[in-house]
Write a protein that binds this ligand. Structure first.
Ligand code: DHK
Length: 147
């Protein structure tokens, strides 16, 4: 059994009502519930955390260093394009992580094309709506089951 942490950045608490043409209609609770069920079916423990505050996400990443977390899925949301601090926290804890986005940032405004996280991530899943999280979880589960 491994502990998987899913982190959601700012404004993702509004999913379901926030620009559904871009981010879809699934709520964050629905996304988290689906991930929880899939992880449990694979015998793993999944926890999730969302914050609109950069420092809270940094603190949660730092806490993962001591709480047995084996893998992180993170959608940094707008912090994708701005947060050296959150990137540094991930580098500091040195846990494997996959960067997730509901939309395809490369097909949107130019400022969204840069991510502070992608070069540090095992991989990036973007553009598949809520399924982006599910695909990223499958990749994590495969990595966790590979000796
Ligand atoms: O598609 C997403 O999940 C990301 C979510 C956000 O809130 C944006 O700021 C990012 O640019 C894209």
């Amino acid at each position: 059994m491994a502990k998987i942490l899913v982190l959601h950045g700012p404004n993702l608490n509004l999913l379901g009502e926030r620009e559904p043409g871009i981010y879809g209609h699934a709520t964050l609770d629905q996304i988290n519930a689906g991930l929880q069920a899939r992880a449990a079916a694979a015998g793993h423990e999944l926890s999730d955390f969302q914050s609109n505050a950069e420092h809270e996400l940094v603190d949660r990443v730092q806490a993962a260093r001591r709480d047995g977390t084996a893998f992180i899925l993170i959608n940094p949301a707008a912090f994708t394009h701005t947060s050296v601090a959150l990137r540094d926290a991930l580098a500091a804890v040195a846990l494997p992580f996959i960067e997730v986005h509901l939309s395809n940032p490369h097909a949107r405004e130019p400022f969204r094309a840069h991510s502070y996280f992608s070069s540090l991530a095992l991989g990036v899943v973007c553009g598949f709506g809520a399924d982006s999280y599910g695909y990223a979880l499958e990749a994590a589960l495969k990595r966790l089951s590979t000796p």
